[in-house]
Every structure is written in structure tokens, then in C-alpha cells.
Design a protein around this ligand. Structure first.
Ligand code: ADP
Ligand code: MG
Length: 609
């Protein structure tokens, strides 16, 4: 994996540069903006400074969501006394000299704002020691007032402790959310930085507890493994591609493993977490024909390019970037992805008439076996599904007379859509056909099962009779930080409704009990499904708490699948249970469960009577 930009600036930053005040004209040209608005942004700025100082180990310690303490320690270059004093001045930076430098910025920071801003709104302590020295400098600043400067013995590198953020700005302080919320923001920020600089050792302690201890010098694969768990890698394919001045590396998700949103897409430009709509377009182009257009792939995309071709100065927090050659970036991304999933042998068969022949998606043979047909366009279906053989002789064979009697299912429930019905058979090895008094209906087994499970679970919750099942061996589920955040916010609720979930470590949870409804599903799958329902629930209700309806919806995950090949008895039992539900016509998410056709309509169509 190449990271020439990173190497370049690390070696450049290790030699101690003198910090100077920026000339006013330069300072004004830098997009102004508050760099510090909450504890997480302080963490981000400090960690970025540590990267810029060439640190190979960065340890973050927070207490009470960073409201009480944020401490960042690194083993980077450190500063001498003069530079340390200069670093806390407004618009003091060692990273740029003139406006041209902004055009080719290689470091994470460059505005010279962060330390001054943080020191003016907190109780701030900086300890720093140059490499090879035994004595360092300590500065203490309270609310922007320098109260102490002294010589101290401290390790090489820099430690910055920030206590009582916004203590002197009551209005600002009020805007901080609960410690838990701020902590979640910090975790997200740390997580992103740990991916952006996967070669650097990073630690996170929250309220004295080690949340992450990520080793230094590792490959991206190891970092992804540490952050997401062992099984995550199975769904990823390495990507490595060079296109003109752009180098793309990292991992991209298999088309079979799609997601409903972009929460598992991590894109870094010159090792800076970044977003730009042109990147999304490139990704979508790359997956065209491989993934439904409303689904999103998993991505760990590292785009390295000459710094002067990308403008990081658009956004004060430097998240959004602008490219000087956006089409080039888009094409590089889409080609990189297509190339990753294409059959290398086919690549040589490029025809001259078709300039894009090389880039047509050609799935390697072994990928087919893993494909989830559901995530494909219907147009692809015919080429993947095996042709079924229909034995006509059998289907027109004699019908046994008594069978009708046995097959008739009488409904005893009030409000049932039918008095009786008779199982006729299956269509597409999936839909059930049932005859009834004045016509027939087609049943979607999955939608029907979802309805049944949903109502049974709601009823169990209301009657306080949730049957639970202890897992023989508790299972740990490693999630990404977004999924984990959602589970954390709803953990109490879930645990009161049949789940046994405890926080284990980082974004990993331990599951030792499940509602019996979920008995056949893996805790891993169900937690992810719940996380998704929580997301949907909170975006609809604008509150974080999950309602029982949404937990119940996750139960649907355990419903029969398209390829379950149900037996006649199972079909009958579904219809029977469906009749007992209060809303037998649709699934909880609104899909039809049964579609009626009347005999009258049929007769009319066949001009019968
Ligand atoms: P910027 O990062 O935009 O230059 P900051 O206010 O974040 O501005 O930092 C000011 C200066 O202080 C930096 O340019 C750098 O020279 C120095 N500095 C800050 N943090 C560290 C650190 N952890 N190690 C070494 N030097 C640092
Ligand atoms: Mg900085």
C-alpha cells in the first residue's frame, strides 16, 4: 500500500521548524471558522497535530465525554521552549509560510488556530520535550492567560491536557450534550483517525477504561481487523490502482455485501478523512451492474494524489475537498473498482471500437457462488438462476378425490379474510396459491411470516411474556462505531425486552441472551438489523429511543427467506397463523402478504358464462 504523501511529510516535520506568526494577508485568506465546537473537535485537532509532529504512538484519554479532561500524548518531534510559547499564539504555525504553501498543503493542520483557540476556552497544560533532550517545557494557561512556564522533566514528545472545556464560556458550555453523546462523538473521531493513519499506534481510554489499543506499524488489514472484528475482512477485496497522478488503495466491499447507507464507507484523501460528491459518483459508477443503485458498498478507500491537485481549504474543519480535476478522480475511482471485480484475463481482450471495453464488469467465476441474488437487478436474474424443469405429465395427472377434503383449512378466527381455503401449490417455488370460496389468492410467505412474528412479539412484550433463550456460549459482536452508537443508546430498552447485551470493549458487545423469536438467527446479524431499525426509528421520530414497534420489526429478520423452499405443511401453517393476525393483508413494513383474484374476474377473462 502506497502512502508517499504521508512519508513525505513525516520526514519533513520531524526536523524542528520555527513557528512564525502568519502575515495578516495570508491569515485572512484561510477560510475562517471555528475549529473548536465540542470535545470531539478538540481531540481531532490535537491528534492531527501529533500526526503532523511525526508521532508513531498517540494516546488519548478522556473523562466525562471530554468535558472534564481531554489528554493527548504523543512521541512526536516535541517543541523547544520558544516554539512551545509560540504554538499557543493565534495564527501561529510552523506548517506554512506563504499563500502558495496552502496550495500544496501536506500536513493535517495549517491554520495555526487550534492550540490558541483551545487554550483560550479551557484550563490548558502543555508539556513538551524535544527528541534527545532530558528537560522539557511546561506551559499552563487558564482561559487564555498564561499562568506558568517552567522547565520540567518529561518524555520526548508532547502531552496536552485540557480540563473543563468552555468553563469560561457558559453559553458555549450549555451547548455541549451529555457526556455519553460527547463520548460517542469522540469515539467516532478517534475511529476515523485510527483508520486514516493505520500505521500509527493509537490508544483511547475513556473514564479510565482502555477502549482501544491499536498497535503501530501495522497494515490496513490489521487495523480493519482490530476495529471491525475478524469476520469483516471476508466481505472485502483489496484494491490497488494507479491512474495518472492518482493512487488508489485500500479495500472495497464485495457486491454481495451491500449496505443501506454510507455509514461503512471510509474515504481518505492524502490520509485525511474527506468527502466529495464526485467520489460518490465514481463509486456508484464502479459498482454499476454489480449492486442495486439504492444500496451502498463498504469502502476503505485511500486516495493519494499530489497535494496541489486537491483543495482542502474549502471547509473550516477540512472535511470537504475540491479537486482540480474532478473527472479524473471520478474515473480513477470507478476504474479502480471495476478493475478489482473484473476478470483480469478478459481485460486483454480489449476491442478497439469500444474504448470502455476494458472496464465492463466481468465477475470472476468464484464470485458467482457468493452472490446474493437479492442485491442484483432483476435483469441479471435470468443469467444466474438455473432453469427449472417442469414435468408436464405429472402436473396433469389424476387428482385424488379425497384430497380436497383434507386440504381445506377452516378458519375459526373472527375477521379472518377467508372462511376456508385450500392449498393448491406453489409458484416459482416460493409463492403459495390457495383456493377459497369465490376465487383464489397468492401468498407471499416471507411477508406473511413477518406479519406473524411482528404481532406475536408485540403481544409478548405487552403481556410481559417474552420467552428468552440463554446462549450456550455468549457471543461477541464487533460493530462499526455508528452501529455501536445506535445499540448503546437503546441498550437499556433492548435488555428490558428479552436481550442480554453488555458492552464488551470498544465497539464490541457481548450477547448472552436473545428473545426466543430470534433463536435461529445469529446475534451478529440480529444486532446489525436492530441497529438499522434504531437508525430508521430515530430518523423518523427525531428521538434516539427505540420503540417496541421497531424492535418488533427486527424480528422480521428471522422470517422465512426467498429460498427456504417451504413444505406444504409450512405453507398451511403460515396461512393459518396469518388469519389470526390483526392486519393480515400487509407486512409490518407495508408489503402485501396476500393478493386476491376473484372467480368472477377469472370467468370474465375466459368469457365463461
Ligand atoms: P496548526 O496545526 O494549524 O499549525 P495549531 O494551533 O494546531 O496550528 O498548532 C500550532 C503549532 O504548534 C503547530 O504548527 C506546531 O508547530 C506546534 N504543535 C502543536 N502541537 C504539536 C505537537 N503535538 N507536537 C509538536 N508540535 C506541535
Ligand atoms: Mg493543528
Amino acid at each position: 500500500m502506497k502512502c508517499f504523501v504521508l512519508k513525505w511529510y513525516i520526514t519533513d516535520m520531524i526536523e524542528v521548524k520555527k513557528i512564525k506568526l502568519l502575515p495578516v494577508n495570508v491569515a485572512n485568506k484561510i477560510a475562517a471558522g471555528e475549529v473548536v465546537d465540542r470535545p470531539a473537535s478538540v481531540v481531532k485537532e490535537l491528534v492531527e497535530n501529533s500526526f503532523d509532529a511525526g508521532a508513531t504512538q498517540i494516546d488519548v484519554d478522556i473523562v466525562a465525554g471530554g468535558r472534564r479532561l481531554i489528554s493527548v500524548r504523543d512521541n512526536g518531534s516535541g517543541m523547544d521552549r520558544d516554539n512551545a510559547l509560540m504554538s499557543i499564539e493565534k495564527q501561529a504555525t510552523s506548517k506554512i509560510n506563504d499563500i502558495e504553501d496552502i496550495e500544496r498543503i501536506c500536513t493535517m493542520g495549517f491554520r495555526g488556530e487550534a492550540l490558541a483557540a483551545v487554550a483560550s476556552v479551557s484550563r490548558f497544560r502543555l508539556q513538551t520535550c524535544l527528541e534527545g533532550q532530558i528537560e522539557g517545557t511546561e506551559l499552563v494557561i487558564n482561559g487564555g492567560q498564561l499562568v506558568d512556564v517552567q522547565v520540567v522533566g518529561c518524555p520526548n514528545g508532547t502531552t496536552i491536557d485540557i480540563r473543563d472545556l468552555f468553563y469560561n464560556l457558559p453559553a458555549r458550555k450549555k451547548f455541549m450534550r451529555t457526556a455519553q453523546t460527547e463520548q460517542n462523538h469522540i469515539r467516532s473521531c478517534f475511529f476515523l483517525q485510527a483508520l486514516a493513519h493505520y500505521q500509527i499506534g493509537m490508544g483511547l481510554r475513556v473514564d479510565g477504561k482502555n477502549i482501544y489499543r491499536l498497535p503501530s506499524g501495522c497494515a490496513l488489514q490489521d487495523r480493519v481487523h482490530d476495529l471491525f472484528g475478524v469476520e469483516y475482512m471476508i466481505n472485502l477485496k483489496a484494491i490497488e490502482f494507479e491512474y495518472k497522478t492518482i493512487n488508489i488503495s485500500g479495500f472495497v466491499g464485495l457486491p454481495t455485501c451491500s449496505r443501506p447507507d454510507r455509514s461503512e464507507q471510509f474515504v481518505f484523501i492524502n490520509h485525511r478523512p474527506a468527502s466529495a460528491s464526485i467520489i460518490n459518483i465514481g463509486v456508484q459508477d464502479g459498482y454499476k451492474g454489480l449492486m442495486r443503485s439504492d444500496r451502498r458498498p463498504i469502502l476503505f478507500l485511500y486516495i493519494d494524489m499530489p497535494p496541489e491537485q486537491v483543495d482542502v481549504n474549502v471547509h473550516p474543519a477540512k472535511k470537504e475537498v475540491r479537486f482540480h480535476f474532478p473527472d479524473m478522480v471520478k474515473n480513477a475511482i470507478s476504474e479502480a473498482i471495476r478493475n478489482t471485480f473484473s476478470n483480469k484475463v478478459e481485460l486483454n481482450a480489449k476491442s478497439d471500437d469500444d474504448p470502455f471495453a476494458t472496464f465492463k464488469p466481468q465477475l470472476p467465476k468464484d464470485t458467482y457462488s457468493q452472490l446474493d441474488i437479492g442485491s442484483f437487478d432483476n435483469s441479471k436474474k435470468s443469467s444466474i438462476y438455473p432453469k427449472r424443469e417442469i414435468n408436464l405429465e405429472q402436473s396433469v395427472g389424476p387428482v385424488e378425490e379425497e384430497q380436497k377434503e383434507v386440504d381445506v383449512l377452516e378458519s375459526t378466527v373472527e375477521g379472518s379474510p377467508w372462511k376456508w381455503c385450500r392449498y393448491v401449490g406453489k409458484i416459482d417455488n416460493f409463492y403459495g396459491i390457495f383456493e377459497l370460496e369465490d376465487g383464489y389468492f397468492i401468498m407471499n410467505p416471507r411477508a406473511s411470516h413477518e406479519r406473524i412474528l411482528y404481532e406475536q412479539y408485540l403481544k409478548a412484550i405487552d403481556n410481559n411474556k417474552i420467552e428468552t433463550q440463554k446462549l450456550l456460549i455468549p457471543e461477541t459482536v464487533a460493530m462499526n462505531f455508528k452501529e455501536a452508537e445506535r445499540i448503546r443508546t437503546s441498550m437499556d430498552f433492548l435488555n428490558a425486552h428479552g436481550f442480554g447485551i453488555t458492552e464488551f470493549d470498544g465497539n464490541t458487545f457481548m450477547v448472552d441472551e436473545l428473545p426466543a423469536f430470534f433463536a435461529n438467527t445469529s446475534p451478529d446479524e440480529i444486532l446489525r438489523e436492530l441497529s438499522l431499525e434504531i437508525e430508521i426509528s430515530s430518523s423518523r421520530n427525531a428521538k434516539t429511543a427505540i420503540s417496541k414497534e421497531f424492535v418488533a420489526k427486527a424480528v422480521c429478520y428471522g422470517a422465512v427467506r426467498n429460498d427456504d423452499n417451504l413444505s406444504e405443511a409450512e405453507m398451511k401453517s403460515l396461512v393459518d397463523n396469518l388469519a389470526k393476525t390483526s392486519m393480515p393483508y400487509t407486512s409490518p413494513s407495508g408489503k402485501p402478504t396476500i393478493i386476491f383474484h376473484s372467480l368472477k374476474e377469472l370467468n370474465r377473462k375466459f368469457f365463461r358464462k
